[in-house]
Design a protein around this ligand. Sequence first.
Ligand code: MOS
Length: 719
Amino acid sequence: MTSRLDGPLKVTGRAKYGLDHNLPGMTYGYLVLSTIAHGEIEAMDVTAARNAPGVLAVYSPFDPLPLKTASSPLFGETAVPLQDTEIAYYGQAIGFVVAETFEQARDAAMLVEVTYRERHALTSLEEGLAAAEDAPPARDGAPPTLDILAPGVESIEDALAASPVVVEATYHTATQNHAAMEPHSAVAVWESGELTIYSGNQASDLQAVELASALGLEVSSVHAVNPFVGGAFGGKGRTSAPAFLAAAAARALDRPVKAALTREQVFTATAGRAATVQKITLGADTGGTLIALRHDSWCTTGMDRSFVEPTSHGTSREYYATQNLAISQKIVPLNVPPTTFMRAPGEAPGSFALESAIDELAIALRMDPIELRLRNNSTGPAGKDLEWSSKHLDECFRIGAERFGWADRSPDGRRDGDWLVGVGVASALFPALRFPATVGITLRADDTAVVGTSGADPGTGLLTVLSLVGGESLDIPPERIEPRLGDSSLPSGGLSGGSTATASAGTAIMAATTNAIDELLALAAGPFDGAEVAYADGRVHGGGRSMTFGEVLRATGRTELSVTGSSAPGEELTKHAFSSFGAQFCEVRVHQWTREVRVSRMLGVFDAGRIINEKAARSQITGGMIWGVSAALHEGLDIEASGRLANADFASYLLPVNADIPEIDVHFVEYPDTLHNAVGARGLGEIGIVGMAAAVANAIHNATGIRARRLPITIEDLL
Ligand code: MOS
């Protein structure tokens, strides 16, 4: 159990986040947002704003900052603000006021007069679905449909028609907002044509690449710094509007610019999770063996169509073994803020539909839902000729059932006074991925070592992982490692996203260690008089004696030795499929008169390979499980017909508080997965949310007999 190294700095307020940087001559930027959802800006009168006290500049589509569409190898194109007069959603950035103080900028922003030519805004999913009868398929390159059929079967309809038991239902999930504690923000400063930007993100080198392309610079001219990030969850993968605008305005004004979204602006001037509609049809034999699975999904996107919530592709093909599988994924473009990655994109809402439907099938079959899941346990992703490298989902369910007291479950729930009590389960799955990563290691003459990579620690504990894996790899205590992260001048690390960081950076650390030891041993030839030498315990051994690596460096007149090491996914992808797995358990209490739902017990048992730091791993999982409860019972944006968000603040956008969440039990079955990577760790940042909403809905059904197929589940749904 290792507490995270940055914990004390964060809880005592000493951690310096992007916006905490104060520079001489600082100016302050404030965004102006659109108040219609669709149309064109005819005119903007900025005279009053420009003449307001302290105002230095007012930028708008009529007087834009020079910015080009940003691009990066990982995310492709990212739109930059203020470049045209078209409005595609309510709350879109249309102006940027820079003044001597924050208050002056905010005050002047209120004085900007906008004239719109408004057009009908398509804002409701229902209307969008009707309009999108021939809904466009998912993003370029993604297969819009997948059909896998058993030999001799003509169509999925035939496979379903031949199934003795069929369950079909449609599920809805809500639009969600990225509600990280730290709003999107940036401090930008230029010196001799080079930009330094302090802005929370998920990969500092990636932010440097995006800003360089937007500003027309070499990447080497952008220095992105973010040692601390107040939460990201996919919402800080791409560079934010304040970062683009602060960087460009600081260049134009030749003064540093600080800009942050207000909490309310975070709801629209960034991007969120799509609403989804998912129709699932399951066909099984009477013994519970799946014959056919069909999963058709629709998800909302902004009019830019830039991000698809891959509910069908992300889930169906990986969960269950079935000979006949048909999946489709369509988009419903609306005049709403753009969509983007949010913790377990695809799997989080996708698992609500699929794992609810599996529960419905268990009930139709009068079968225990765990037994049904295990009967159809997949040995690899459907349609791919690969088996999972390591899968212990059955053990997760077995251990979970025991810890949770599953054997006491009654198919009709139970009663406790006025409370109807029910339990539910769901499977969780999230693919194990890696990104290319490079890590630098510097051995120092004082017997400490620096382990650094550009990346970011958005609260996941990656900084601590660098010191733990670095210490283990160099065979020295982790206290002697100085981890560095969140600076684009460090070797290019992976992204803190896709649950990849530990596996990616950890493997690169091991590669860098090999290089460091090779160089150290070559250096040791002198001090060891050419004796055969080997490295262990942080020391070089040979000729009957040993020296620490620091002593070798000192003996050869060196202060330090620096190397890099890289890793990337490779040949293993041709041999196995990789995924983390889990079993989610939940107990709810529904009041028989008020229909209020309280989650009273939660347990998650996970198979995520080797666990590097159990305390941090547990925190990741716990956070995800809480978010699953939030999706089930609290969260959802209410979008008015006008496109205005009715609940764009923390008073009305519901999130669970301590009183909503019981003690959470988390357990790991630990099977290091060295087929995936040398460290043996698979991702676990995202899997905690997967399946949880279904476990809640399944428990509610067990308690009340009411099947809730629309998230969030409200009292009205249970009357
Ligand atoms: Mo996460 S949604 O991969 O940042």
